[in-house]
Design a binder for this molecule. Structure first.
Ligand SMILES: Nc1ncnc2c1ncn2[C@@H]1O[C@H](COP(=O)(O)OP(=O)(O)OP(=O)(O)O)[C@@H](O)[C@H]1O
Length: 260
């Protein structure tokens, strides 16, 4: 791992709503190394998406600062892009045109744009679906288009907000494997917000466990297992249990809001 790509330093975030200040994040400190995959886990409302938005420059800190590659983040940039649970594809455009559209801001010829879009759609296994419309594809395929569209812009970091939450278990497993393969090939950094402990242990180098009210980092857990990981191996179960224990999952009266 190299120098930190992202440095979050004493970040606080307060939202103002109905004449009230809501302290959403309190004193967040986190360094993310180049090449590292981070998963953020925590109860609903603890500020996971807010933290992701701060890294991407979609929100700005109320106090403290976020540095990306040593420079203060002051707004969104094409170096860090967001991938959502809902694929946000344009229904009236073909698969290919959806990916090409994301490349329009780049100063490249239409031919190069097409080549690049085709290459990334090939990477996610959709070479035979270029001329189809989103409504003709399954949810998993639509999310693959969204992944291709995100990667085609060649960001240094992809910020993922529960990217596979809307998919069935098998499609989710399949896409998690695809993501690992693509990441190995493209060296894209990933920060992933998830409610799924298995997904976090499967994909992440480090898991950030957050507490709520106000949102803060409770613990970071480094997953020292080579990838791809074996979900049924005792080492995998060890980390899974460690995270479950973090949330006192075994206690009867806790109000747990996770999809395991
Ligand atoms: N733009 C906003 N204005 C006011 N309050 C906001 C805004 N964005 C988020 N919040 C509040 O900040 C808190 C944290 O929200 P956030 O979406 O970051 O949590 P989360 O951990 O991602 O939740 P979930 O797991 O349910 O998606 C919530 O109480 C939310 O209502």
């Amino acid at each position: 791992m190299g120098e930190p790509l992202v440095q979050i330093e004493h970040v606080h975030k307060t939202f103002h709503k109905n004449n009230e200040n809501i302290n959403v994040l309190k004193d967040i400190n986190l360094s993310i190394a180049d090449g590292e995959t981070i998963a953020i886990l925590g109860k609903s409302g603890c500020g996971k998406s807010t933290l992701l938005n701060l890294i991407g420059g979609f929100h700005l800190p109320s106090d403290g600062q976020v540095l990306f590659d040593g420079e203060k983040v002051t707004g969104p940039s094409r170096r860090a892009i967001m991938l959502f649970q809902h694929y946000a594809l344009l229904p009236w455009k073909t698969v290919l045109a959806n990916v090409e559209l994301a490349l329009e801001p780049e100063q490249i010829s239409a031919e190069k744009r097409r080549e690049r879009a085709e290459r990334y759609l090939h990477l996610v296994g959709l070479s035979n679906n270029l001329q189809q419309f989103p409504s003709e594809l399954s949810g998993g395929m639509q999310q693959r288009v969204a992944i291709a569209r995100a990667l085609a812009t060649r960001p240094e970091m992809v910020l993922m907000d529960e990217p596979f939450a809307a998919l069935d278990t098998f499609t989710r497993y399949y896409l998690q494997d695809e993501l690992l393969k693509i990441q190995a090939q493209e060296s894209t950094n990933i920060v992933l917000v998830t409610h799924d402990i298995d997904e976090a242990v499967y994909l992440a180098d480090r898991i950030i466990v957050m507490d709520a009210n106000p949102g803060r980092i409770r613990r970071t857990v480094t997953i020292n297992l080579p990838k791809p990981r074996d979900r049924s191996h005792s080492n995998f179960q060890h980390y899974r249990k460690l995270i479950l224990d973090e949330f006192n999952f075994s206690r009867q009266n806790d109000d747990i809001e996770y999809n395991i």
